[in-house]
Design a protein around this ligand. Sequence first.
Ligand SMILES: *Cc1c(COP(=O)(O)O)cnc(C)c1O
Length: 384
Amino acid sequence: MWYVSTRGMAPRVNFEGALFSGYAPDGGLYMPEELPLLDRETLHRWSTLSYPGLVKELCALFIGSELIPRDDLDGLIDRAFSRFRHREVVPLSRLKNGLNVLELWHGVTYAFKDLSLSCTAQFLQYFLHRREKHVTIVVGTSGDTGSAAIQSVQGAKNMDIIVLLPKGHCSKIQELQMTTVLTDNVHVFGVEGNSDELDEPIKAVFADVPFVRKHNLMSLNSINWCRVLVQMAHHFFAYFRCAASLDSHVLPPVEVVVPTGAGGNLAAGCIAQKMGLPIHLVVVVNCNDIIHRTVQQGDFSLSEAVKPTLASAMDIQVPYNMERIFWLLSDSNSQVTRTLMEQFERTQRLHLSKELHGKCPQVLPGPCFGSQVPRSSPGRWTDS
Ligand SMILES: *Cc1c(COP(=O)(O)O)cnc(C)c1O
């Protein structure tokens, strides 16, 4: 399996290359060169798997056994989920009227990011150990990412993690989760300013390529392909637990509502869809609503500033994973994607062409693909 940049101007890389990269050298994001289409039999076979079982199947499809042999892969994934508090890792709660809640919060830090970060950290460690290398992970956080990243790499020999924590902008619990880990490889710094201002020094550091090379710096946000990959598994799991029966002529659709910030989880759902999983995605945002405007009007333009809400993990001004979604919508057309994203970077605004906007229903099908903004109560995202 090879990975190409959404902007088409960077050499293709294998999984290991994508895992250790942030942006591709042309500024794009890595995506699989080809998405496997899953046939009925495969979906049937997968439908009885446990959640970790699904993560293993998906990772095996996208990693390649020449890089991580299947036995090793299974062991790494079991280890990644060994600290989850629930036996099923992501149990499904059945509420009234066919409404279900997939509980993604049983990891060490209670954030759904524990799922993908714990696997990503295991894979990183696997390669680092084999190559006798060391990396320094640099993370700026407004909450969940910092704690989950720290927990997933703490104590690892070949990794150090530096977390910049905007003082007063995280919840007390998150701040304590980050500042009370005393392992030698964890370095947390409280900084003045909000999460936007925090991005500046981090961008500056990563723009200094010789410095990045010298110190083997990397990030762990959902620009990283591996996080998107692992997050596909819970869309499959949700589908199999909620679909009435897989025996009918047409597989029954299931609607999946995705609380969205940077769009990593949403991109994972879109890829699962392209692979043949009949889910309808509903994207939910708070008052930081750029994706809502994009879906409704094709208007992908920057708002003036991030508006802080109670759901700080969703307070995102630039949902960078939309680039992966534009690439999918344009049928992997890297030239279209590059033109769009370069225009966005120049002008901070973008109006999707009728053609591209009109394509939304193909990848994100039906009237169910909408977005909902709880306007009256910014910060609440559960009342959609
Ligand atoms: C990170 C996070 C989100 C946003 O996820 P994206 O993949 O960035 O869209 C939403 N809710 C919670 C609780 C999160 O931790």
